[in-house]
Ligand binder design. Sequence first.
Ligand SMILES: *Cc1c(COP(=O)(O)O)cnc(C)c1O
Length: 523
Amino acid sequence: MSTLNASGWRPEMTENDVTTPSTFTGNRALMLEEALIFEIGDEHTTGVDLDAAPSVQSRLGGMDRNRGIGLPGLSEPQTVRHYTRLSRQNYGIDLGFFPLGSCTMKHNPRLNEKVARMKGFADVHPLQPQETVQGALQVINELAFWLIELTGMHGVAMAPKAGAHGELCGMLCIKAALEARGEDRKVVLVPESAHGTNPATAAFAGFTVEDIPATPEGRVDLAALKKRLGPDVAAVMITNPNTCGLFESDLKTISDAVHAAGGYVYCDGANFNAIVGKVRPGDLGVDAMHINLHKTFSTPHGGGGPGSGPVVLSEALAPFGPIPYAARYADGSFKLVEEESAGEEHPQTFGRMTAFHGQMGMFTRALSYIMSHGADGLKQVAEDAVLNANYILRSLEDTLEAPFAAFGPCMHEALFTDNGLAEGFTTLDIAKGLIDEGFHPMTVYFPLVVHGAMLVEPTETESKAALDQFIGALRSVANRAKQGDPALKTAPHFAPRRRLDETLAARKPQLVWKEPELPIAAE
Ligand SMILES: *Cc1c(COP(=O)(O)O)cnc(C)c1O
């Protein structure tokens, strides 16, 4: 790649340069092509030799399966290679920078992984007698203490298993509190700058959702919100920092107004990593806020899990929080307050959200993260995350439109739009071009408040050198999109897969595996 031009792209490079020569195998050097397991495996291959199963008296009353179920078998080396090859086509935070906005893909210190794997934590079973899991309960209780401390709140529900699950927990607390007051408030106000899960949660909890517009500065329109408050408003759900990557600086004023009108304030605190150690939501009048342990307090969370979304609660809402919760008694022992004991200790609980008490593995990771960083370290997490995002914002605002950059610094993520690209070029082209540059794309087309959004969250993890490389790559790709480089329209060229027809993939999924017909044996 010694002939790169200033924009980082070989000007003479054409589509053909990239796609030819093709190989006999479809492999590209040591990047191996891999088919689906259903295409390479068959029913007759297996990794182990087992004796034929002894015939047994069926106990299924004639409902026996009389055919194989068609699962493909592979030998052991084939199996190992299949999954190893697939894993090499994967991209993760341990390979490189992962700038997904609103996802907080940060490095997860290995220390926390080690702690979570300690036998005493990893091997506990939720149905063990409580006197045998005192240490685990202590971890839950201590983490609960620090979450309350860091947020300035009154209580915390540890059970919710993700951010959105935490939102539901908070909204159910609000519902229970309104019921206890004998009030039937139905409306939840959700500003445009809120995360998409907020209106979904409010609707799921049985409320009617109404939008509150955003100002040109990307924040809640305070006047519009105040005007809408009234006796039918149960709550306001505000994301802070919001999905434009901005701090909702009017939050205290909003909370006061909502409380004066008899409502509650739900704050989506998934982005707590931007303010941890700097601001306590309790001081801003928040009544309920979920914290995504998997974003702020470490845990690898690619591929959809695991998550953990404890909800901190104000004095007004804490009595309604779910069971079970880990309580510490005067004699120093720990106990889960469950249905049986809730009657005396937690009589107003709205009930149970999960079978057990939450994600133990994530609790140990989060507590390990908090304790190893300490108060000064957590504050630095927020400062570095914000500094990194602003470095990206200021480095690229001359290349990409940054709609809110003129109004001051951003928080943990930098927002750009597709305004100013050449005719026919879009945010999607920039995202695909970044793949060729070896970067996972940023979040695209979210938030919805701006056109063709590109939301970049560097987190506190990245070094200046890594950010400079990303900024260079994004500038190069953005300039190609502004100049209308046709090769960008067909990017990625170097990835294991070319650009997919996403509409076709959604409308006509080609599911290779055919479910075998399973005739049920008749007696
Ligand atoms: C990630 C996120 C959520 C949802 O969290 P999950 O754990 O994915 O359910 C909600 N709000 C904001 C602002 C987020 O960034």
